[in-house]
Design a protein around this ligand. Structure first.
Ligand code: MRU
Length: 379
């Protein structure tokens, strides 16, 4: 039985205990994560004891979501430094982690951060510095996501005013960009939690998000535990609801956004943005600064799209009546299947980007004005 998450100030509580999605064991070097492949059926903490454990957790999606992938990457390097802080092992760790998942740019960002800090240090100081920098990356992520929440909350409040405070505000989201995708708070869900906590009546349409069902398994679970009203829908329903005036705005997350404002996010996001555009519904993307790839200009050209195993398409996992969790084939044997994990939503379809620094237009000029130091190539 999974414990109830209660609202307390600005964080999440499971079974009376405050959780982040990743944390170091007290007085030790091991790292603990929540195995997200088991949700919503089981809430299980898993210990990472080595670089290999961290790489496995990312590649097999025990942890997922761009910011949490970044945080796990940083701790993966720390675990490697615990085992062997040599230059050779630092390089090996970075190469291994880099191969785990290709699309979320936070992984590369975290590796650059760790390499920058560690390569300048004598070998004897690397382990402690690595754990310290990884912890800072986690703390920064919480602060960033909280600020995204504040900025997005204002936007939801404005929509509510426009509706003459008629309740509820119906928000559609895709995949999981909640606290499970980050260290705490979430990106797309942070504004929703803040609006809900402030008493604005929000209702969330939760896309299933095939093939891995992050919407049902993770987003619906998070929202239910927090007490946010929501309804699960299969992936093809959003356009229909939009045509009937049942969606006031869309908020999604992103795994990588170009310096020109093209957004890469979970497969299916593009179709939602097209439908929103056709129905004049605001389509917002919530993102932390480290999710911007300043080297990428054209989403279609410059962002590698992860291709995952076809078994995620041909099979589904669920709970039997007797409580056992089983994976079943849902397609004929012998037919080919492809599993494209992400797609690109062009900047032109995006109403605005909700960042920790404020809400801005999805354009090169607006992003450069918001992050001048990055646009000028400063670290
Ligand atoms: O494959 P995942 O589950 O790691 O992908 C995550 C997403 O695409 C999320 O929708 C998200 O918006 C990006 S992380 C906040």
């Amino acid at each position: 039985m999974i414990g109830r998450i209660e609202r307390s100030g600005h964080t999440m509580i499971v079974d009376g205990k405050h959780y982040r999605t990743i944390w170091p064991v007290e007085d030790g070097w091991q790292i603990v994560i929540i195995d997200q492949t088991l949700l919503p059926f089981e809430f299980k903490e898993v210990r990472l004891e080595s670089l290999e454990d961290a790489a496995h957790a990312i590649a097999e999606m025990l942890v997922r979501g761009a910011p949490l992938i970044g945080a796990t990457t940083a701790y993966g390097v720390a675990l490697a430094m615990h085992a062997d802080p040599s230059n050779a092992n630092l390089n090996h760790a970075c190469e291994k982690l880099l191969k785990t998942r290709p699309t979320a740019v936070n992984l590369r960002w975290a590796l650059r951060e760790m390499q920058h800090v560690l390569s300048a240090l004598p070998i004897g100081q690397r382990e402690q510095a690595a754990y310290q920098r990884a912890a800072e990356i986690c703390d920064d992520d919480v602060a960033i996501c909280s600020a995204i929440g504040d900025n997005g909350h204002r936007l939801i409040a404005d929509q509510w005013e426009k509706k003459n405070r008629q309740s509820p505000i119906n928000i559609l989201t895709h995949c999981n960009a909640g606290w499970l995708a980050t260290v705490d708070w979430g990106t797309a869900l942070a504004p929703i939690y803040k609006a809900h906590n402030a008493g604005i009546p929000v209702h969330v349409w939760v896309d299933e998000t095939r093939p891995r069902n992050q919407g049902f398994n993770l987003t619906a679970w998070e929202l239910a535990q927090h007490g946010v009203p929501h309804t699960m829908i299969v992936d093809n329903v959003g356009g229909h609801l939009m045509q009937r005036g049942q969606v006031d705005l869309c908020i999604v997350g992103t795994d990588r956004t170009t310096s020109t404002g093209d957004v890469c996010n979970k497969i299916g996001t593009y179709l939602k943005a097209l439908a929103a555009c056709d129905n004049d519904i605001p389509f917002y993307v919530a993102l932390p600064g480290p999710t911007i790839d300043w080297d990428a200009k054209d989403g279609l050209q410059d962002i590698p799209i992860e291709q995952r195993a076809s078994i995620e398409v041909t099979h589904m996992t669920g709970q039997m009546e007797d409580g056992r969790v089983r994976t079943l084939r849902i397609a004929p044997e012998g037919s080919a299947a492809e599993n494209h994990a992400f797609d690109i939503t062009p900047a032109s379809l995006i109403t605005g980007l909700i960042t920790e620094r404020g809400v801005t237009e999805a354009s090169q000029a607006a992003l450069a004005a918001m992050y001048p130091e990055k646009a000028e190539g400063q670290p």
